[in-house]
Design a protein around this ligand. Structure first.
Ligand code: NDP
Length: 337
């Protein structure tokens, strides 16, 4: 049984030596427990927060502890009446081959699961984040202009496609021409702009002649700087993430733009609301699945997955996620289906 533990806390961008691979004997489930074998591990930006001991909405991973992470697993052995060997489950068993669980928090996915990795992406936490953040906080109306950051990523790709289903004009922002092409051709965005371009701010202004009504914020940094002057009166900003800042080691250089930000919010009566998906919307996961599952099966919401093979590659893949190396929802195939 291999497991990847937190070896040291990163300062700035995580490095391979912040992680350590350990091996141990296979855990044995006691009465009331199941033995889970990991098939897919989800890699998500929030894990950067767990590597740090700064105060956050969830406690940090302790040094020497297995890295946290959502997983899709197969029940290998069961001493628990609710689970049978061969069952697929959605778990939070972290970066390891096997784990024992008492069943708390496990979600049963049935015996035959055609696309197990989807439960970590479009039909799981990221898809749910896109759905609730956009529809409950962003409240897009037909004909409005929606701008979505990280537009080909796990959350952003679903945000853009739902906004299109709601009849909006959608401008995506992504890193590089390849991602932007996929944003338009595969996800059906009206435009997709490369935030690395020198004249990105001007391109965004040109792409949004009627201003921005909803900005789905996942990034911060210069993307938000370009969005701010374009926000319309009564614009809504679901604040989902600020990935451009997760590796920051100090506050940004001045000038202090806080008064300008607050004045823009005031005079344009902008509503910005942060959310933590399961804390705020946990009870609505069923509603999300009821709507999203048919959208996916009917091809109205398309899927882009970036699957990396082998648990040992998880650290490098995670480091790359914070640099924009992933192309779509990033998962690790840890074991055979
Ligand atoms: P993605 O699949 O979108 O991958 C991350 C992407 O972020 C990268 O591919 C890259 O895309 C972009 N990125 C990375 N660094 C930068 C940077 N410095 N500047 C601009 N863009 C950057 O990840 P997710 O969809 O899983 O997550 C997206 C966001 O949503 C994150 O901020 C995450 O923390 C947040 N989130 C929040 C949740 C909540 O409950 N509030 C739940 C789930 C996610 P590109 O190359 O296109 O720039």
């Amino acid at each position: 049984n291999r497991r990847i533990v937190l070896n040291s806390r990163p300062h700035g961008a995580p490095r391979p030596d912040n992680f350590r691979m350990e091996t141990s004997s296979l855990p044995v489930p006691a009465d009331g427990q199941v033995l889970l074998r990991t098939v897919y591990l989800s890699l998500d930006p929030y894990m950067r927060g767990r590597m740090s001991d700064a105060a956050s909405y969830a406690p940090p991973v302790e040094l020497g502890e297995v890295m946290v992470g959502g997983t899709v697993c197969i029940v290998e052995q069961s001493q628990h009446s609710d689970f049978a060997p061969g069952d697929w489950v959605l778990a939070n068993s972290g970066w390891q081959d096997y784990a024992v669980s008492g069943g708390q928090g496990l979600i049963t996915l049935g015996q035959n699961l055609e696309h197990p990795s989807r439960s970590l992406g479009v039909l799981g936490m990221p898809g749910f984040t896109a759905y609730m953040g956009l529809l409950d906080i962003g409240r897009p109306q037909s004909g409005e202009t929606v701008v979505v950051a990280a537009a080909t990523g796990a959350v952003g790709s679903v945000v853009g496609q739902i906004a299109k289903l709601k009849g909006c004009r959608v401008v995506g922002v992504a890193g590089g021409p390849k991602k932007c092409k996929v944003g338009v051709e595969d996800f059906g965005l009206d435009m997709c702009l490369d935030h690395h371009a020198e004249d990105f701010s001007q391109q965004l202004a040109d792409a949004c002649p009627l201003g921005i009504d909803v900005y789905f914020e996942s990034v911060g940094g210069k993307v938000f700087d370009a969005v701010l002057p374009l926000l319309n009166a009564k614009a809504r900003i679901p604040i989902c993430g600020l990935i451009a800042h997760y590796n920051d080691t100090e506050p940004p250089a001045g000038p202090d733009r806080l008064p300008m930000l607050m004045q823009t919010f005031l005079v344009r009566r902008i509503k910005a609301q942060g959310f933590i998906i399961f804390e705020d919307y946990g009870s609505r996961f069923g509603e999300f699945l009821e709507n999203m599952t048919p959208w996916v099966s009917e091809g109205k919401v398309k899927i882009l997955e970036d699957v990396v093979d082998g648990l040992e590659r998880a650290p490098d893949a995670f480091i790359g996620l914070l640099e924009g190396d992933n192309f779509g929802k990033l998962t690790v195939r840890v074991g055979d289906e």
